[in-house]
Every structure is written in C-alpha cells, then in structure tokens.
Ligand binder design. Structure first.
Ligand code: LLP
Length: 427
C-alpha cells in the first residue's frame, strides 16, 4: 500500500490509522485495503490506456461491492467469471455493458443471466459454448456480443498452474491446427452472436513482455486470416491480464504506462504490416491493481525456536486466508508492525493454525529476535487471490476486509462468524 508509514513509536499506520487500533477494532487476522492506493492504481491503468482502449479489472483477484463502486467511479470495466461475480458486479451498480463474462464452463443459467442483463461481451471458450450462447441469445431474441478466447501456444514464464497460453490446458481454443479459425467460422454463421473480437490471456504474474508480443503477433495473424477469408475486420482484441507485481524485492514490475505503450506499439506495428485497421485493445489486469493495495494483519500466537533450524512463528490465520504459498510456492515478506525493535533478526517461517505442515504463509523471512505472542505482524501484497481464494478449512472463519482512507476505516467485507458457518449446515 502507498500510504504505509512507521510512526515514532514503531507502530505502522496505513491511510493514517495505526495497525494496533485496526487490530483492536476489527480483530485479526484482517486484510487491510488502502482505498487511495487502489483508486490510484486503477486510475493509472485507465489513464495509461486512454480512450482508445478499455481496462477490465479482473474480479477474480478480489471482488466486493465497494471495489465495484471504486472501479465504476474510476472508469474501469469489469471482468467476471461466475454467476457470483456477476451478481456482485450488478448489485453494486456496474453497468452491464461494461462487464465481460469469462469462464471455460459457464452454466446455461449463468449464460442466460448474463445475456438478459446485457453484458458487454461473453468470452467464448469452446465449440460447445459457441452454440450454447448463440441458442440462449436467440431464444431471448437477442444478439450477444462475443469474443473467442484462443490459445496462441506461447510458454509464459510463470508457475505451471497459472500459465494459460500453452496448448495442453483447459482454456480457450487452440490457434494451431486451424481450430480458432474454425471457431470463428461457426460463430459468424450464428444469428445469436455478434463476433467482436479475439481474446488471449497468456498467464499470470508475468514480467517479461515477450510473451505478450508473441501473443499479439499471433492474434493479429488470425485477424488477418479472418479478413482474407470472410472480408471482415474484427474491431477488438483483448490481451488478457497477467502483469506481475512485486511480492519481494527481487520482483521488478513494469508501470501501467510502460505496459500500455508496449502493447499498443506491438499491436499497431503488427496491424500495419498486415494492412489491418488497428483494433480497439482491451486488457484485464487483476493482481496489478489490487495486489499491492492490501496487507494481511496477523497476531503472533506462538514463537517456537528449533535449534539450528529456524524459528516457527504461528499466526491466527494461515492457508485459509492465503493459499498461495502452499499452492504456488509463492514468496512473501513480513514485518513486525506493532512496535519498534532493535533485537537481532532471526530466521523465521511464518505458519498458520491449520492441521497440516504445508500451512505456510511466509517460507523464509527475518523478524526481530524478541518477537513475542501478541505482537502484530503484516504480510504485504495480499490484495490479490488471497481473500478471493480463502477457505473455511478446519472451520476457520474467513477474515474481514477493512478499507482505510484518510484516517478512516470501514469494513467492506465483514468477518465470517460461527453463525455463518452453521447456517449452511442444515443436516
Ligand atoms: N483475464 C483472464 C482471462 C484470467 O484468467 C485472469 C487470471 C486475468 C485476466 C487476471 O490475471 P492477473 O492480472 O490478476 O494476473 N490464483 C492465481 C492467479 C490465477 C489467475 C487466473 N486468471 C494466483 O494466486 O496467482
């Protein structure tokens, strides 16, 4: 977060509020979200891409009604990938025509809701879905704007589970073997569909622009083939999300304006050489907007030194509020935030309270050697894919999201309660 400072007493403040006060009022663990930072990042993306391009925030990174309102006010569009995300977006007043609906297995009910609501685009992910969406739209007397998601066959340099442009995975229709061209042929024949463009998302937590370059080259190649075969120039291309953020000081993320410039230049150059009109570009950053804007605040419960190895620091959350370390070997940093300390740093592993040894939040870090139960520690850069992937494992209650801004804090997603859990258990 941008408005994080350490006061003279050693207490860290965010948005003008001390973490000790936040912990007292809202409890721990809690995700603390810096609204000003969120808005600034959203605006930076919007400004960088200007009026000739669209920025769709990827709601899967973190979605709540407050976030939808901020995005709406900052002029961003929204990418949703389930009925639940769609419901959240609509209930917070995001205009349907600024929503894109994604997913590799949207149910007929979800599709019908999206078409009825009038979403701006549905991103088609398979041959069956092309027909399914066309039929649903037609039966509702509508013509749905759609894009086709293709896999361009690039290897993104990221974790296997979050790379999505190589061919052997579940998303999209392969460009290779003429499959994407065939999908376009079918979509163009169906009255229920208005094909507006081609979509490509190569993966997530990517720093190297070369994957986007190859993707843009291949997407434009397909646009050219479509022009040659059908005599039409599709007006839009979407290059997906995936831009990386700094989890540790080893990561060196690009700024939105650099990304916008690079992507726009690639597409323009490719279109010029193919003698195509440059299509309207859209992108779908999730992590790059929300990731850095929140940290997780934990209270230390136990400190267990293991001779010659390291010290295990157990906190009051864990893999239920941040699965990323266990799932992707993700790296995080951690800091003592409730007081100052001059003690010698010690090597720690920050672990949760769950019943498995893989329940690690921060694998290797240093914290002051006098760390003790009751201290507050914070793990930065947990705004993306932490609350949205949180679980109730061990019937642990999911933490709240507390938004801070200009000295004021408010809960935007409240803490789960035991009543919430028991309400679902109707046996
Ligand atoms: N667009 C599409 C079609 C996507 O599938 C995704 C992410 C995005 C945009 C946004 O990507 P971002 O800019 O946030 O990287 N749970 C994983 C990330 C999975 C991303 C899935 N799709 C993680 O915690 O790293």
């Amino acid at each position: 977060a941008q408005t994080v400072e350490r006061g003279e007493d050693g207490v860290v403040t965010v948005g003008g509020i001390g973490v000790t006060q936040l912990a007292e009022e809202y409890g721990t663990p809690a995700y603390v979200l810096d609204e000003a930072d969120f808005r600034a990042r959203a605006r930076a993306w919007r400004t960088a891409f200007g009026t000739d391009a669209d920025v769709f925030y990827a709601g899967k990174a973190f979605l709540s009604r407050a976030v939808v309102r901020w995005l709406n006010e900052e002029g961003l569009n929204l990418d949703v990938c389930s009925g639940g995300e769609l419901a959240t977006a609509l209930s917070a007043g995001m205009p349907a025509d600024r929503i894109a609906f994604h997913g590799n297995n949207k149910s007929p009910e979800e599709i019908e809701r999206a078409v009825r609501a009038g979403v701006g685009r549905i991103v088609l992910d398979s041959f069956q879905e092309i027909v399914r969406v066309a039929h649903i739209a037609q039966s509702l007397g509508k013509r749905q704007r759609v894009q086709i998601r293709i896999t361009v066959g690039v290897e993104a340099h990221t974790h296997e589970f979050i790379a999505t442009a190589h061919e052997d995975q579940k998303f999209g229709i392969p460009l290779a073997g003429g499959h994407a061209a065939e999908a376009v042929r079918r979509a163009l024949q169906l009255d229920g569909l208005e094909l507006i463009g081609i979509h490509s998302h190569i993966g997530s937590q990517i720093f190297d622009m070369s994957g986007f370059e190859v993707a843009a080259h291949r997407v434009v190649g397909l646009l050219k083939d479509i022009r040659d075969e059908h005599g039409i120039e599709l007006p839009e291309i979407d290059l997906g999300g995936g831009l990386g953020i700094a989890y540790t000081s080893d990561d060196d993320p690009r700024e939105p304006h650099e990304i916008a410039k690079a992507l726009t230049e690639i597409v323009t150059r490719e279109c010029e050489s193919a003698k195509l009109r440059t299509p309207r570009i859209s992108v779908e950053p999730g992590r790059a907007i929300v990731g850095p804007t929140a940290f997780t605040l934990y209270e230390v419960g136990t400190v267990k030194p293991l001779d010659g190895l390291r010290t295990y620091v157990s906190v009051d959350g864990g893999m239920s509020d941040n699965i990323r370390t266990a799932l992707y070997d993700a790296e995080y940093t951690v800091a003592l935030v409730s007081r100052a300390s001059d003690a010698e740093p010690m090597l720690v592993r920050v672990v949760g309270k769950h019943c498995e040894s893989g329940d690690i939040v921060v694998k290797d870090a240093f914290l002051p050697g006098d760390l003790a139960p009751g201290d507050l520690i914070a793990v930065p850069a947990t705004g993306a894919y932490c609350r949205s992937m949180a679980s109730n494992y061990n019937h642990v209650l999911r933490p709240p999201v507390v938004a801070v801004r200009e000295g004021e804090a408010r809960v935007v997603v409240r803490r789960e309660t035991e009543e919430d859990l028991l309400r679902l258990d109707v046996g």
